[in-house]
Design a protein around this ligand. Structure first.
Ligand code: S5P
Length: 277
């Protein structure tokens, strides 16, 4: 089978074996969007207003639920209602990084009970395969999917070279639950010489560090354009935060919506260009 990035999202949706990945690819094709908005705000009112405004333009809403200052469980009900209304999946960017037993508790329990509402979450590879086993024990019965961090967008990130390769090997051993990577490039070429089966694998590449206007921020973030990310590097989902929601304390919902539409168009054109190459 050809490399996933040369196939349509629709075709990949039909063949994927993980329910969360299948649902995401299906929504991407249906809504013609590979945009994920990162809703990094601290007030419930802004959080829900932004999601309502960008909902029609996204396949995936990415949350950092622990930065909300006025969190209460009703936020999850509102988020789920918006997810049903606008048809997007929910990705809690929790970046788990502990031993299997601890992450299973962090994923299932505590204040946020992430597994009960996030279709997708993510984890660092640093603890080794046991982190996947721990998260899968909670997530698989709920038909969730896991994204491993194979690379990062920040300047000086340590997730490179052998670390990235080992993250990919860990994912290959758990293709029932690991559906993709946070990365800046495709990962199929990694370890292609290994005996691991790479032929029919279909990992989604979700790329943060995307901006049409800025090249970075004051804290080491680095931005590339949707064309660089999707057409040139073959990534599947663009993750955009401040490029859409802005950097000010006051949210201009109309402007947020205009920017979401702009990034949706740029991301989709970049995908169509990639397929027509
Ligand atoms: O390598 C990474 C991984 C992630 S998940 N670099 C990132 O920036 N992220 C997340 O993407 C980060 O936590 C933030 O929520 C988002 C990028 O936000 P932006 O405002 O810089 O677009």
């Amino acid at each position: 089978m050809s490399s996933p990035h040369l196939r349509s999202y629709e075709d990949r949706a039909q063949k994927h074996n993980n329910p969360a990945a299948r649902a995401l690819l299906y929504l991407m094709a249906k809504k013609k969007t590979n945009l994920s908005v990162s809703v990094d705000v601290t007030r419930k009112k802004d959080f829900l207003a932004i999601i309502d405004a960008v909902g029609p333009y996204v396949c995936l809403i990415k949350t950092h639920i622990d930065i909300l200052e006025d969190y209460d469980p009703s936020i999850i009900e509102d988020l789920q209602a918006l997810s049903n209304e606008h048809e997007f999946l929910i990705f809690e960017d929790r970046k788990f990084a502990d031993i299997g037993n601890t992450v299973a508790l962090q994923y299932s329990s505590g204040v946020y009970k992430i597994a009960s509402w996030a279709h997708i979450t993510n984890a660092h590879a640093v603890p080794g395969p046991s982190i996947i086993a721990g998260l899968a024990s909670v997530g698989l019965p709920l038909e969730r999917g896991l994204i491993l961090l194979a690379e990062m967008s920040s300047k000086g990130a340590l997730a490179t070279g052998a670390y990235t390769e080992d993250a990919v090997r860990m994912a290959r051993a758990r293709r029932d639950f690991v559906v993709g990577f946070i990365a800046q490039h495709r990962m199929e070429t990694i370890g292609a010489r290994d005996t691991d089966s790479v032929g029919d694998e279909d990992f989604l590449i979700l790329s943060p560090g995307v901006g049409l206007d800025a090249k970075g921020d004051a804290m080491g973030q680095q931005y590339r354009t949707p064309a660089e990310v999707v057409t040139d590097c073959g990534c599947d989902v663009i993750i955009v935060g401040r490029g859409i929601i802005g950097t000010g304390r006051d949210i201009d919902v109309g402007e947020v919506q205009r920017q979401a539409q702009r990034y949706q168009v740029a991301g989709w054109e970049a995908y169509e260009r990639r397929l027509s190459r």
